[in-house]
Write a protein that binds this ligand. Sequence first.
Ligand SMILES: [Zn+2]
Length: 181
Amino acid sequence: MEAHAYCPACGGRLSPHVEGGRARQACPACGRIHYRNPIPAAAVVVRLDKGVVLVRRKVAPFAGAWCLPAGFQEADESSEACAQRECREETGLQVRISRVLWAGFGTDDPRASVTVVFYEAEPVGGSLEPGDDAIEARAFPLTALPSPIAFATHRAVLARLGGSPAGTAPTPPARVPPTPV
Ligand SMILES: [Zn+2]
């Protein structure tokens, strides 16, 4: 999450503020402290045709790279519902969540730091075809993953499952911008 210049509550200019030894921003006008938190995201590992479903990204960040179906959680949906929605939107597959695989912390998405919950899911309907923000959607054997695969957390999950996700993301990982002090 980017640092803000102005208070989201009252529009006042934010100032540096140290709380508990951590640099933050606060609004002198209304007293609100501007906390910055990772954005929750969800991703799915869907096994299909003896492979794992991946999508090739059409949009930034990491356009052209492959990743698991994934996206940011909306304020009015559960993590599981987010995973199912993103999978349906990006791959055309309707899935049932089987279990949680892992929760990862990602810092290579230039938009925000993220907490990504990875689910294992089974296809229960639909057919595999790329959605609007995907160039391709295909199942790959873990032993023959495409390259590059975006996002360190996605590579970590694929490695945990026995794959060897090759290559690096096509653009240098962006750092989460520090809070200006
Ligand atoms: Zn304020």
